[in-house]
Design a protein around this ligand. Sequence first.
Ligand SMILES: Cc1ncc(COP(=O)(O)O)c(C=O)c1O
Length: 362
Amino acid sequence: MTLNELDTPAVVIDLDRLEANLGAMQAACDAAGVALRPHIKTHKCPEIARFQLRAGARGLTVAKLGEAEVMADLAGCDDLFIAYPLLGESKLARLRALCERAEVRVSVCSLDQARLLSAGLGATRVKVRLNVDTGLLRDGFEPDAALDAAQRIADLPGLDLVGVFTHEGHCARLETPAAVAECGRSSARRLVEVAERLREQGLPVTEVAPGSTPTALAALDVPGVTEVRPGTYCFWDANYVHRLGLDLDQCAARVVVTVVDHPAPERVIVDGGSKTFFADSGGWWGRARCVELPELTLPSCSEEHGQALWTGAGAAPVALGQRLTFVPHHICPVINLVDCVNVLRGEEVLDTWRIAARGMVS
Ligand SMILES: Cc1ncc(COP(=O)(O)O)c(C=O)c1O
């Protein structure tokens, strides 16, 4: 089958571009001697996870236990980091079962959560990493609070405190690539400092893992960093094209839609709405950037109607039934909306891959 024969709306993955994106990050990590543990939140797809592992990734990062189960069972991954605070008996029962089939590291965000985790482990032991908040103001310890709590966490039964991690997601909001990189370096330095202070306390903290896509390369420059955890780099998206000055062509995941109505010269309706493009507000281009017609923006969507707006001169140069290709503003929730993606080499559809961890939010 060829791209033109695919029914729409369809999410397509350009295999050459995907391989280039994955290969470039792996090569940079290998050159720096730093482990790559990609976050699968973006692709949620066992085939892509297997590719990352074959290319040299140390293991995988997930947010949710359900994602970890899919990656252990369908991608054959036996080295997982769950970068999310696990709480509650049903989750801890699933964690104990998962530990039978994979080495699992888990996040600890507070002393209370560590106590509950320890109490629910039974005879299972898990490696834990302290989540240090280096500026995102989300979950985790302030750096000083991590230093205060670490010994008490290390003393809890069943927990082996092996490392620290941070998600410096706040850096992505900065406007220039240089500012994003400097924010990444400074977050990584703060994390390295926390690890050094913990080692001075006698704690065997050997894993120092910052993690986000736009800061990953900058973090590789910081001595003491042992692992990075980017996720979005597999596909990139319109947001990163804008913020990091990338080429739209570097984006490996796109949505192909059909023009189903052209009710006014400047208004164009395509067959993907918020159930395809997600309801992010996006940038000047709206929810996604049109590859063929850069002046066609996608400022609003109802559930099944993408309400595109032509910002160029005259009427939008489209015809009913015409196919258009969009690069989503934020790719992660778009992938989470489909059962399968179509894998392309050039114009040929080679395969469909299941997004097996889509919807795995528990
Ligand atoms: C804990 C953690 N690590 C890594 C990542 C990956 O970062 P990015 O989305 O910039 O690829 C995320 C993203 O949300 C995250 O929450």
